[in-house]
Design a protein around this ligand. Sequence first.
Ligand code: NI
Length: 203
Amino acid sequence: MPPLRPGLILVALAALLALGTALWLERARRTDLPAVASDQIVIGGPFRMTDHTGRRVTDADFKGRPMLLYFGYTFCPDVCPTELATMIAALKALGAEGAAVRPVFATIDPARDTVGHLAQYVALFSPDLIGLTGTPEDAAAMAAAYRVYYAKREEAGAPPDSYLMDHSSFLYLVGADGRFRTVFRGGEGPEALANALRAELRT
Ligand code: NI
């Protein structure tokens, strides 16, 4: 995410509000409060993508181990690389508990994040990091399922492929059963994330 501008702050607040509402609904569902009568999954759910090795995958392929999921794009100048490094460092700090968690990076910019490009990018962070891309429809559907806010930001006069993407920055923990567990705010640093993850993984 680039430096904040007034317009961006507004959309970020709107995104936060939407996510907050979704989280509240999810919590209500999990604790069986009467507010949500159905067992509808509010965050997460099925997806179809292509991983950084070119294999078509679905959410079913990720069951059996918890997943720590981040949405962003490889051309991101600052926030995405920082968060991915934080994710990997936090999992490493958790030792065996962290090694059980699968780190996943899903793109919100599939037009530029090709399989080959993604493969080079994830390797910069960890051999365990899985990159996900796909058709524009695949990527949009997955981001929508996780309530990710993103928008293309084109500067007048800039080359067409040099655009930035504004996007929300959260880390999603998905259980080994494939169900959304909780979300961590970005920008916290590896130690805070490791502590929050440890607490969540032990509940
Ligand atoms: Ni980013």
